[in-house]
Design a binder for this molecule. Structure first.
Ligand SMILES: Nc1ncnc2c1ncn2[C@@H]1O[C@H](COP(=O)(O)OP(=O)(O)OP(=O)(O)O)[C@@H](O)[C@H]1O
Ligand SMILES: [Mg+2]
Length: 394
């Protein structure tokens, strides 16, 4: 079979050919087995928590299978949604409706018909029974998207449903309002908790190795390693970059992945990401209110203020998800041309504090980095990748 690259590397959906199974919290069992075990524990609700884009949804799809999974998003629920009507609609059951029975009599020549209509509401019990009989597993994905009032209502419904042995998985981000589930005393002792960790380099490498092998494209271990470093912790980024590599190779009718292709594939991949505004906000810093900021000459011939230097330093090699202050300070100092003004540590700290305040007050996408407890944390691996490869002409 001649596979196409887009069927092998799938950054946005289920990667049938590049699915990698990971070890669950160093227990020696896989995440898949852990989820299977949880689903077999009758009367318990499974709660999956993990950072964005780490494979929560994909894990559910893999273990439960597309014919048995009933995927509902937290976003499907707002205050006036009837929980069971939404579930019924997803499984394809008519929940509310009208039955019209027609009787036709063909006596003599005249054809008469008389119809009777009846309104009905399918009960919650019927929905639960249907799911159990058909081995359906309810996955409430992105639970944090549901409004808080609705989350509480859902938790009540779920408590009752799992007692009747309906299989339910609730998926959510960490530090988010899924307290309705994990902190719910009614549910305590009736929950299987699964925490999804960020990806390690070895597992990320497997995505590339598996995929290129399927496509009969040679890839050395050292190339796979470079890719894995660049992806930080993101399997999705790995899928994106590998697909870009394939597109370039096909376009140039090449079969070998060298450093040149790698670098161009990185740049090419960043066009998928839209962090231009985030970079602008960080490099501008707070409103200078008419005051002129000190500019520093950089080793590569630019003139930047300290906010600009912070952006440059974030993007430096090697890409790191967390950078302690000392390392960060040294990175900044190394950006500045020798002989230019000295920079003291407290000034850098103050600037980082200012940035933290600005980013905190903005929308989700701006929370790509965080400065706390003496460290700079990258919260979104795609953002760092963009910083490194998306600003080439900027
Ligand atoms: N086990 C895996 N093997 C290979 N690739 C994976 C795996 N898990 C996830 N991916 C890649 O990462 C992408 C994102 O995964 P997924 O949608 O499951 O993340 P998520 O944790 O549900 O994210 P969100 O919080 O945004 O819903 C997938 O489309 C796929 O490309
Ligand atoms: Mg998801």
């Amino acid at each position: 079979m001649n596979l196409k690259a887009e069927n092998v590397f799938k950054p946005g959906s289920f990667p049938e050919y590049t699915y990698v199974s990971r070890n669950y919290e160093n227990t020696g069992i896989s995440y898949e087995l852990r989820l299977k075990q949880a689903l077999r524990t009758a009367g318990c609700l499974t709660s999956i928590i993990g950072p964005s884009k780490m494979g929560k949804t994909i894990l559910c799809e893999r273990v439960i299978g597309f014919s048995n999974i009933v995927e509902i998003s937290g976003a499907d629920f707002n205050e006036d949604t009837d929980f069971w009507a939404t579930v019924a609609a997803k499984v394809g059951l008519p929940y509310k409706g009208e039955i019209i029975t027609e009787r036709a009599s063909v006596e003599g020549k005249s054809k008469e018909s008389d119809s009777k209509s009846e309104k009905y509401v399918l009960s919650k019990d019927k929905v639960i029974q249907y799911c159990i009989e058909n081995e359906k597993v309810l996955v409430i994905d992105d639970f944090h998207y549901a409004k808080p009032e609705m989350q509480i209502k859902m938790a009540q419904q779920l408590k009752d449903a799992i007692r009747r042995e309906l299989k339910v998985v609730v998926v959510s981000l960490p530090h988010r309002s899924d307290d309705a589930i994990r902190q719910n005393s009614d549910l305590s002792g009736r929950m299987s908790l699964i925490n999804i960790e960020t990806w390690k380099r070895e597992d990320l490498k497997k995505i590339a190795l598996k995929g290129f092998d399927k496509l009969s494209i040679k890839i050395g271990d050292s190339v796979a390693e470079k890719l894995a470093v660049e992806c930080l912790t993101s399997p999705q980024l790995m899928q994106y970059i590998c697909l870009s590599i394939c597109t370039l190779l096909e376009d140039e009718e090449k079969k070998e992945i060298d450093d040149d292709i790698l670098q161009r594939a990185y740049r090419f991949t960043t066009v998928n990401f839209n962090y231009g505004d985030v970079v602008n906000v960080i490099s501008k810093g707070p409103n200078p209110r008419g005051q002129k900021r000190k500019k520093y000459k950089t080793v590569d011939g630019k003139e930047l203020d300290l906010y600009g230097l912070i952006v440059e330093s974030l993007a430096k090699n090697p890409p790191l998800m967390e950078i302690d202050f000392e390392t960060f300070y040294i990175r900044i100092v190394h950006c500045i041309e020798k002989g230019d003004a000295k920079l003291d540590k407290q000034t850098v700290r103050n600037h980082l504090n200012n940035l933290q305040t600005i980013l905190q007050g903005k929308e989700e996408i701006y929370r790509a980095i965080e400065w706390k407890d003496g460290k700079v944390y990258i919260l979104d691996p795609l953002f760092l990748f963009y910083l490194r490869w998306g600003r080439m002409n900027g």
